[in-house]
Design a protein around this ligand. Structure first.
Ligand code: F6P
Length: 344
């Protein structure tokens, strides 16, 4: 068989481990592996492919990013884009395509499988908000980055008796903020799923001051909604190629820090972790599970189970329809947020 692999959407640590998993299994089986460059963009126009021989998979397990490149190009949003994808798949004589990505990339994969395309998926998003699967490539590394940053900020916050606001990624869900905040022992965590007012934030900080804690760490998700902060959809009108507003432009962390200084008179600083959360080497956990779902994706190809993808549930790799995984975003459950509140 000739098997294509593509990675779409925001890059995430662990993508290369998954590529290696698919590729090495395929080569061991005597198949030919073709890398599709830069996500769905590699199947648009004249197509952009690179044959991947054995040496391509050496030394990439511990590498961050994706050796295939990525983009947020969405063929569904482009006139004639769908036809171009189908045409390029035929021209490259691909017998199967493994699409590794989050909800946008996988939505295209689901459409493709629905229209006769030989396609399987692999779950990736540092936001961790795909349904059905407990694991998404990149999330564990991102959480570790947040927790490390909170550890570092603790010592400087304590020395200067300051409030530290840490803004983290997570477009619509607060998984990274909540888990990173719990791991780092944050004093307050603000996520899109749980509405908290500015008054409640100030009240919480005041209570800490009264109880003798003269510094605080707040982890805030870039997608948090609060009265006074720029609306999520109208963020300077800037959208990425998938059509999402660039949330980092809202400056929710900086806005919150200003409000705290104004209302409380407590010196406050902001750290925006941004792309450090998804750049660099993957955690061991991401390497292991990305390898497992990558290998499992190849098994789905062998079994010709088009439109399906490996998911992780209760500690094992299972199989689910791509369409189910992208049907809705998986939100942080309220009881998990309650756990963080025990330590406020
Ligand atoms: O979807 C993953 C993600 O990292 C989001 O958390 C974030 O909002 C977005 O991508 C930022 O992506 P970029 O800066 O690459 O457009």
């Amino acid at each position: 068989m000739r098997i294509g692999i593509l990675t779409g959407g925001g890059d995430a640590p662990g993508l290369n481990a998954a590529i290696r998993g698919v590729g090495r299994r395929a080569l061991a089986h005597g198949d030919t592996v073709i890398g599709v460059k830069n996500g769905w963009a590699g199947l648009i126009g004249d197509g952009d492919f690179m044959p991947m021989e054995r040496h391509f998979f050496s030394g990439i397990l511990a590498l961050g990013g994706t050796v295939l490149g990525s983009s947020r190009t969405n063929p569904m949003k482009r006139e004639g884009g769908r036809e171009e994808v189908l045409r390029n798949l035929r021209r490259a004589e691909l017998d199967a395509l493994v699409a590794i990505g989050g909800d946008d990339t996988l939505s295209v994969a689901a459409w493709l499988a629905d229209h006769g395309g030989e396609c399987v998926g692999v779950p990736k998003t540092m936001d961790n908000d795909l349904s059905v699967t407990d694991y998404c490539i990149g999330f564990d590394t991102a959480v570790s980055r947040v927790s490390e940053a909170v550890d570092r900020l603790h010592t400087t916050a304590a020395s200067h008796h300051r409030v530290m606001v840490v803004e983290v990624m997570g477009r619509d869900t607060g998984w990274v903020a909540l888990m990173g905040g719990i791991a780092g022992g944050a004093d307050l965590i603000l996520i899109p799923e749980i509405k908290v007012t500015l008054d409640e934030v100030i009240d919480r900080l005041q209570k800490r001051l009264q109880s003798g804690s003269d510094f605080s760490i707040i982890v805030v998700s870039e997608g948090v909604e609060m009265e006074g902060v720029t609306d999520k959809e109208s963020t300077s009108g800037k959208v990425d190629a998938f059509g999402h507003a660039q949330l980092s432009k809202r400056g929710v962390g900086e806005w919150l820090a200003e409000m705290i200084e104004e209302r409380l008179g407590h010196e406050t600083r902001t750290t925006v972790l941004g792309h450090t959360q998804r750049g660099g080497s993957p955690s061991a956990y991401d390497r292991i599970w990305a390898t497992r779902v990558g290998c499992a994706a190849y098994d789905l190809v062998l079994a010709k189970r088009w439109g399906m993808m490996p998911v992780v549930r209760n500690g094992t790799v299972e199989t689910a329809p791509i369409a189910d995984v992208v049907r809705e975003q998986r939100k942080v459950p309220a009881e998990l947020y309650e756990l963080a509140k025990v330590f406020y």
